[in-house]
Write a new protein. Structure first.
Length: 119
């Protein structure tokens, strides 16, 4: 049996069920926003929903919102809602560029692209 993630089936639960039907987060999360699990999130991970446990595990190392969406195999909007909820509860910390009007950092975008290619 292959362990290649590309050959594994997608989520069994519909994406909108993961977010309670919400399509927007309280946060305006950019796709390149970086997410890392907090120590509180590490301590409480076992109490989280399966998708949130997966995000907490993925974000032990810094990941972008785009990488999280790709890793969960869910639409970007679903990942934004899940990450936003986790940030509200203190399970993850989100790092974004403070001024969204400026062009994104090229090195950051290259790291995000490299991470997506690895998936």
């Amino acid at each position: 049996m292959s362990t290649d993630p590309a050959n594994t089936p997608g989520p069994v639960v519909r994406p909108y069920a993961m977010t309670g039907g919400r399509t927007r987060s309280r946060y305006e999360l950019a796709i390149e926003a970086l997410v890392v699990t907090t120590s509180f999130g590490e301590e409480r991970a076992i109490q989280l929903a399966l998708e949130q446990q997966t995000i907490a595990a993925m974000c032990r190392q810094v990941r972008s919102v785009a990488e999280i969406a790709a890793g969960l195999r869910v639409p970007l909007g679903v990942a934004r809602v899940l990450v936003g909820d986790m940030a509200d509860e203190g399970y993850v910390r989100v790092h974004q560029q403070p001024d969204r009007d400026e062009a994104p950092d090229l090195a950051l975008l290259e790291r995000v692209l490299s991470g997506l290619r690895k998936l």
